[in-house]
Design a protein around this ligand. Structure first.
Ligand code: MTE
Ligand code: HPA
Ligand code: MOS
Length: 763
């Protein structure tokens, strides 16, 4: 086997710059901010029904409770009671109707959170209940949609099905997923002079918060400052849904001229926030005798919840990734965003891509089972190749689908792994093993082209230290470390000379959220641009100082070199000279991703800067008496490009993988028919722990050229590896089949032990 280079390189690669304060418990989150004297605390009063007309609300007892300052409702909003980002369909506070269980109705502000919670119990509400919709099928029957359907088409599926030797149809379901960021949603708002407000919050989108606060309060954006130090995890759950809490706290600060804190406790957070979208989908797949997929059709029903939120963008990405790593000549895919009475579902790592990929992997598994081949045979002959066309018109280039697939098979000796599984299954009956391969292809860029921009503000201080502000939000993914690396590398100065500032809307404005795995690419390129401009300026100064041509000047390890020879001029001295010459030591750069475009009227274009590829091999053992399972090993060949931070990138692969496996196998969100969240605590919602993942995880980097649009050719890594987890579902299916030949493959995720047990003994 190829030597696992990662283990060696990690030791040499940079540590996450947050590691030190994290392990010492010194990292600052919203709830750790030192609050001003007189700060008030708040809790949200939310709907106890999923759908209905509000007949009356009695706040009188709550208002009279000692220590309650004031209760805010929609009536206190001077601007617009509207927080919808893509469509204006979501009020901050419900007015006359409620559309989901947990929908905010009022904010109770008191001297302490304890008092505010007590006051909440004293509020009575009368609701005339209306019919509750919780599934896509019901929504579709009632024509209840968020927006018009979207379709991506290539070739002619109808005609192609006529040429197929095999055609299979079926249904799939994938459930939602709770983000379970360790830091719950929250905000701390402070009044500044002249009615200005400062907001410290845990958001992936500081500008979205600023814009929405301004709109709801009826103020200009420049009166609102949003500051983010870091997030205790976001995972997409704070791209849009960090906004309402900041708006509520700001509304209270606006009226009371007092600092206000609003931190959701875990129960409130679980109940009030949206999650990954559940999907109910149907597919039709047609293959030739030699297993080529000639035609693929799918209809994706997305459970959007009660308001638009980011649903249309997520639906779009489902279509972009509907054929995963395969080239299919004839494709017809449609997505419908179904309006239901669940909390508005939202971004979650993968952003609709995983939901799309699960369906084609299900179709392939179904076909393989019916034809009597293994799924990997179908997967292999259909892998994407150079210059293949995606259904959305982009031509695939620098394709690593085959490379990662064959490299995984050979590096990890797939044939012998497969044989081991066979031998094991022949020799035992109480336990069965299953193995599955999972290739992934994920497009990098915001699918909404105008969002692909970022800025950086770089100061070199007169002592030679550097401060960097960008739009990047650190949420545990290590983006701050990557920004620091870019600056330190360009200037060739020690890491300790660079500080990454908080993400603040007064320093970097009009930003896109930190999302789409593109944060390091977009912001890193802006940092690169700003630092390069400063470096050129410094070289100018040095060349004049040393009476030479600028081309002869180099800065290396904080020393100025001339003609590759060390001079007496140091970095710090050069900065002092530049300062005395009254030359600017600050630079602001703006970066936009080149090339990308998309025409929604044709549903064709070139939306992605590049794609990330990889292949995972997952082996599981099922306990056929209990229905429980564990993963023996997970072996991955992953395309990092030229990874700039190997330890951080490996952490992203492992974390995403764990989240993917959790989504596919154990995390089961349950709502009652009445729209009440039943899995409303960690006792009923099981997330993967150390033992749920695998006894061994091997990640071998696929050494590729990288891409010029990736920061320092180090490819985006945040989301793609989540989809390796889909393989876990199919490994379990294969193990069940080995035990029970009558088993009819089912595509209804997550594959919980209960479902496994039923399947093992299905007749
Ligand atoms: N890793 C950690 N530790 N915490 C997070 O919240 N979010 C994920 C991923 N990795 C997340 C994470 C999601 S949803 C995205 S889009 C990317 O990180 C965002 O960061 P990036 O663009 O810098 O990759
Ligand atoms: N990914 C994540 N967030 C987004 C996207 C995307 O493609 N588009 C809009 N918001
Ligand atoms: Mo990630 S779902 O794009 O925040």
């Amino acid at each position: 086997m190829k030597k696992n280079k990662v283990d060696i390189d990690i030791k040499q690669s940079i540590k996450n710059i947050d590691a030190y304060t994290h392990v010492r418990g010194e990292s600052i989150y919203v709830d750790d901010v030192n609050v001003r004297e007189g700060t008030l605390f708040s809790v949200v009063f939310d709907s106890p029904k999923a759908h209905g007309k509000i007949k009356s609300i009695d706040y009188s007892k709550a208002e009279k409770l000692q220590g309650v300052e004031r209760i805010f409702t929609y009536k206190d909003i001077l601007g617009e009671n509207q927080i919808g980002g893509i469509l204006p369909d979501e009020p901050l506070f419900a007015e006359n109707e409620v559309h989901f269980w947990g929908q905010p109705i009022a904010l109770i502000v008191a001297e302490s959170e304890f008092i505010a919670r007590q006051a909440r119990r004293l509020i009575t509400i009368e609701i005339e209940e209306l019919a509750v919709i919780t599934t896509c099928k019901e929504a579709k029957e009632k024509d209840n949609f968020i927006n018009a359907p979207r379709s991506f088409n290539l070739g002619n599926t109808e005609k192609a099905f006529g040429d197929c030797d095999y055609i299979f149809e079926g249904e799939t379901f994938s459930n939602g997923q709770e983000h379970l960021y360790l830091e719950t949603q929250g905000a701390y708002t402070e009044p500044l002079e002249n009615g200005n407000i400062k907001i410290t919050t845990s958001t992936q989108g500081p500008t979205q918060v600023q814009k929405t606060v301004a709109k709801v309060l009826g103020l200009a954006m420049h009166k609102i400052e949003v500051d983010v130090t870091r997030l205790g995890g976001g995972f997409g759950g704070k791209e849009d849904q960090a906004t309402p809490w900041a708006v509520m706290a700001a509304l209270a600060t606006f009226h009371l001229n007092q600092s206000v804190k609003l931190i959701l406790n875990r129960h409130d957070d679980l109940r009030m926030t949206g999650k990954r979208h559940p999907y109910e989908s149907t597919y039709k797949i047609g293959l030739s005798k030699d297993l080529k997929i000639l035609a693929y059709e799918a209809e994706f029903l997305q459970n959007s919840g009660a308001a638009c939120d980011l649903s249309p963008a997520i639906a779009e990405r489902t279509l972009f990734h509907a054929t995963n790593s395969y080239f299919v000549k004839n494709v017809k895919t449609t997505v419908l965003s179904c309006k239901t009475n669940l909390p508005p579902n939202t971004a979650f790592r993968g952003f609709g891509g995983p939901q799309g990929m699960f369906v084609i992997e299900s179709a392939i598994a179904k076909a393989a089972n019916e034809i009597g081949v293994s799924a990997s045979e179908i997967q292999e002959v259909n892998l994407l190749k150079e210059n293949d066309e995606f259904s959305y018109g982009q031509t695939a280039t620098q394709v690593e689908a085959g490379n990662s697939w064959y490299s995984a098979k050979s590096s990890f000796n797939f044939d012998s792994l497969k044989q081991d599984v066979k031998d094991f299954n022949n020799s035992t009956s109480a336990f069965k093993k299953g193995i599955a391969l999972m290739p992934i292809t994920f497009g990098i860029s915001f699918t909404n082209t105008p969002m692909n921009h970022a800025r950086a503000l770089v100061h070199i201080y007169q002592d030679g230290s550097v401060g960097i502000s960008t739009a990047a939000v650190e949420m545990g993914q290590g983006v701050n470390t990557k920004m620091l690396q870019v600056a330190a590398q360009v200037f060739s100065i020690d890491n300790s000379k660079v500080k990454i500032e908080t993400t603040n809307t007064t320093r970097v404005a009009n930003t896109s959220p930190s999302a789409a795995s593109s944060t390091a690419d977009l912001n890193g390129k802006a940092v690169l641009k700003a630092c390069n401009a400063l470096l050129e300026r410094l070289k100018d100064v040095a060349s004049k100082e040393l009476n030479t041509n600028k081309k002869q000047i180099k800065i290396k390890d904080e020393i100025v070199y001339m003609n590759n020879e060390q001079t007496n001029l140091t970095w710090t001295e050069l900065i002092t000279i530049t300062m005395l010459k009254r030359i600017a030591l600050t630079e602001n750069a703006h970066y936009v991703t080149p090339i990308i475009q998309f025409d929604k009227t044709k549903e064709k274009g070139h939306p992605f800067a590049y794609h990330v590829y990889g292949t995972a091999i997952i082996t599981t053992t099922v306990d056929c008496t209990r229905g429980t399972y564990s993963f023996d090993s997970i072996k991955i060949v992953h395309d990092y490009g030229k990874s700039m931070s190997k330890g951080i990138d490996l952490g992203q692969v492992e974390g995403a993988l764990a989240q993917g496996i959790g989504w596919m196998t154990m995390e089961e969100i349950a709502y009652g028919k009445d729209g009440k969240l039943l899995s409303n605590a960690l006792s009923t919602y099981k997330v993967p722990d150390l033992f749920s993942i695998a006894k061994t995880i091997d990640v071998v980097p696929l050494e590729t050229e990288g891409n010029d649009m990736a920061i320092l050719k180090s490819k985006a890594v945040g989301e793609p590896p989540l989809m390796y987890g889909i393989g876990a579902y199919f490994a379990i299916q294969n193990a069940i089949k080995a035990f029970n030949p009558n088993y009819n493959f089912k595509f209804h995720a997550p594959m919980t032990p209960e479902k496994v047990l039923m399947s093992l003994y299905e007749k």
